[in-house]
Design a protein around this ligand. Structure first.
Ligand SMILES: NC(=O)c1ccc[n+]([C@@H]2O[C@H](COP(=O)([O-])OP(=O)(O)OC[C@H]3O[C@@H](n4cnc5c(N)ncnc54)[C@H](O)[C@@H]3O)[C@@H](O)[C@H]2O)c1
Length: 317
């Protein structure tokens, strides 16, 4: 297949490009480099089956005949979407419509990267796909949550009105090499602080829980869904739940750091619990995550060490 990956210069998009190339497909990556970077694609630069287009996907474009679109373009970390609030709303709305139109034009299949943030600060735990969510439509995080909810609605509408062959993946917290070290997410914050031997910042009492999926598991789940026929949302994430304090301990163990922990007030709308119910992915796709947190942190250590090292070299220049 010839596959378009929007947001392919980002963390997940670049791993997806790698996996699609490894599976023998041709890949066109469209990215405006708002939060992604070309370094994530270094390994593909000389690959003849890979093309990069510097392109804002909110503006209509046509890369030629394509068979599948994976629409991953969107700022994803709280730091990025709070900084680029309007762009986040635009890429979730106009950007999604542009990509859906492109899929209609080429009769291509379409998969949208949605998010556990669609569930907001959930009242149901763990979250099943049937849960409609508990979202504040006017809070600071709404630029992301509502953009993704719109993107899901648009995807369903193109299926209903234009008979497009669509998939919706609700991605839960994913980590691994190429995660930006300054993206404000738990793992990158802790890894960076531990490697610099600075205190690890814990918001609130640290008893709020999160689940973390290693990137190879996440990509395997997304590809399994892309090959299945399910059009309703499917959660892909790791259901093993850790308190933020347990996660801090795991990072300290893996890095061997002597850092301590510093407590700070909880940000507005910060979810207290987030854990996927992956029964649907297990039954429908035969997929489940394989990499547990300690192993995933070990597999990410070299990347974070290099990233912290190059950041401090940059700062000294
Ligand atoms: N990483 C996670 O844990 C996670 C969790 C839930 C959902 N997701 C979703 O997965 C997707 C990828 O997330 P990520 O973590 O790789 O984020 P990322 O910021 O690393 O990658 C997003 C990419 O989209 C590009 N982009 C943004 N706006 C664009 C536009 N208008 N036109 C073209 N490119 C644009 C950025 O430059 C970047 O390369 C996002 O849609 C995100 O909502 C990620």
């Amino acid at each position: 297949m010839r596959v378009l990956v929007t947001g392919g210069a980002g963390f997940l998009g670049s791993h997806l490009c790698d996996a699609l190339i490894a599976d023998g497909h041709s890949v066109v990556c469209a990215d405006n480099l708002l939060t992604g970077c070309m370094v994530n694609l270094t390994q593909l630069v000389h690959e003849p089956r890979f093309e990069f287009l510097q392109q804002d996907v909110c503006t209509p474009f046509d890369p030629g005949k394509i068979d599948y679109i994976f629409h991953f373009a969107s700022p994803a970390s709280p730091v990025d979407y709070l900084k680029h609030g309007i762009e986040t709303l635009q890429v979730g709305s106009a950007g999604t419509i542009t990509c859906l139109d492109l899929a209609s034009k080429h009769h291509a299949k379409f998969l949208i990267a949605s998010t556990s943030e669609c569930y907001g600060d959930p009242l149901e735990h763990p979250q099943k796909e049937s849960y409609w969510g508990h979202v504040n439509s006017i809070g600071p995080r709404s630029v992301y949550d509502e953009a993704k909810r719109f993107a899901e609605a648009a995807t369903m509408a193109y299926r209903r009105y234009h008979h497009l062959d669509t998939r919706i993946v609700r991605i839960f917290n994913t980590y691994g090499p190429r995660l930006q070290i300054n993206d404000g997410r738990v793992i990158s914050n802790f890894m960076k602080q531990a490697l610099r031997v600075e205190p690890l910042t814990v918001y609130g009492d640290g008893l709020q829980t999160r689940s973390f999926c290693y990137v190879s598991d996440e990509i395997a789940g997304i590809l399994a869904l892309s090959r299945a026929s399910e059009h309703l949302p499917v959660n892909i994430g790791n259901p093993s739940e850790f308190t933020i304090l347990e996660c801090a301990q795991a990072v300290l163990q893996v890095t061997g750091s002597a850092s301590t922990v510093r407590f700070e007030p909880l940000p507005q709308d910060d979810p207290k619990q987030r854990r996927p119910d992956i029964t649907k992915a297990r039954t429908l796709l035969g997929w489940e995550p394989k990499v547990e947190l300690h192993t995933g942190l070990q597999l990410s250590l070299e990347y974070f060490r290099d990233a912290v090292q190059s950041e401090s070299t940059e700062l000294r220049k």
